[in-house]
Design a protein around this ligand. Structure first.
Ligand SMILES: [Fe+2]
Ligand SMILES: [Fe+2]
Length: 331
């Protein structure tokens, strides 16, 4: 991938929330839908800030000046997405039915997550970014936008999607880098943690994992049940993550091996019965992400594809029309 070109694009395609026409009148919404939508956008603002923190962690650890600068622009993008989401929340809060605040699980998870980020290897921070952006872009944002089904949200999402295309391309590029021999050599040469640092790291990561599942439940899975009741998009997002981890280079990494072992163990009925909640917590996801969602042919076909091709395939899913929006448009 041409990083210089990506950086040029990233600098050129910056936009401001003020570029949008916020005077548009929203379509009529029931009080229940209004509350759902305002809450979704309120939480989205918090999630976008977390995405910004992930890119900031990667910016700090990057050595290459182009990559460092790319991550800097991504942090700016995510902060802008957070502002735009908050403005959408205010835009749809027509009746002032209640006071909205960020979901408590997200509020608890955010500082624990940012604390743990300090102790992660950059490869782990990248894995979280990639997984998070796949879930956010393929599943959550697309489904929220279809559910809202209104011009203002669509205008904002169109601009956000342009930024996200660059982020996902970079996420996959970095996954490839962290699978390379160059990174393996570098990681080997890093100074070992002292016992005190190990203890600190494990306590930060344990704390984060404790808050991770309620966060995913309240901020991803529960809203997804409302805005994508078929569960189709969540499955698509999980499938893309599983396929990426099946790619030979990725499958060899310790994190992918850990996730795959947890999923393999989950297939065993006895282990599922006794360890099921622990295993799903380890993978950090919902039980529906534990089974294989791909076919053998699909798993084989990822081996012959480049990381950039896989990123483009993932991005293409974002633009597939959904039956939900078609249904509403026809109504
Ligand atoms: Fe974003
Ligand atoms: Fe992003």
């Amino acid at each position: 991938m041409d990083l210089e070109r990506l950086l040029e694009k990233s600098q050129k395609r910056q936009w401001k929330v003020g570029d949008l026409d916020w005077s548009q009148k929203p379509r009529d919404l029931s009080p229940e839908d209004e509350m759902t939508i305002v809450q979704c956008f309120t939480d989205m603002a918090g999630i976008e800030r977390l995405a910004g923190a992930l890119f900031e962690a990667q910016r700090r650890s990057a050595e290459d000046p182009t990559i460092k600068e790319l991550f800097r622009t991504f942090v700016v993008d995510e902060v802008r997405h957070a502002h735009a989401a908050q403005m959408l929340a205010d835009h749809y809060d027509r009746r002032k039915l209640k006071h909205y605040s960020v979901n408590p699980s997200l509020r608890r998870f955010a500082p624990a997550f940012i604390g743990a980020l300090e102790h992660f290897s950059p490869s782990v921070a990248n894995a979280y970014t990639t997984g998070g952006e796949i879930m956010l872009d393929i599943a959550l944002l697309r489904s929220i936008n279809d559910f809202v089904d209104d011009g203002m949200s669509t205008d904002v999402m169109r601009l956000i999607n342009q930024d996200e295309s660059r982020h996902v391309a970079m996420d996959f590029h970095m996954v490839e880098y962290y699978c390379s021999d160059a990174w393996a050599e570098k990681a080997e040469a890093l100074p070992a943690k002292t016992p005190a640092e190990e203890v600190q790291a494990w306590s930060a990561i344990t704390k984060m994992m404790y808050f991770a599942q309620p966060f995913f439940q309240d901020v991803f899975f529960r809203p997804m049940q409302l805005v994508d009741p078929s569960g189709k998009r969540m499955q698509e997002a999980f499938k893309r993550m599983q396929l990426l981890s099946k790619k030979e280079e990725v499958a060899r990494t310790p994190l992918a091996r850990l996730m795959t072992s947890a999923r393999e163990l989950y297939k065993n009925p006895i282990a599922r019965k006794t360890l099921g909640p622990v295993l799903t917590r380890l993978v950090g996801l919902d039980a529906s992400a534990m089974d294989d969602l791909f076919t053998e042919t699909e798993a084989r076909s990822v081996q012959g594809k480049t990381f950039d091709e896989l990123a483009q395939e993932t991005l293409a899913l974002k633009y597939q029309s959904s039956s939900a929006s078609r249904g509403r448009a026809a109504a």
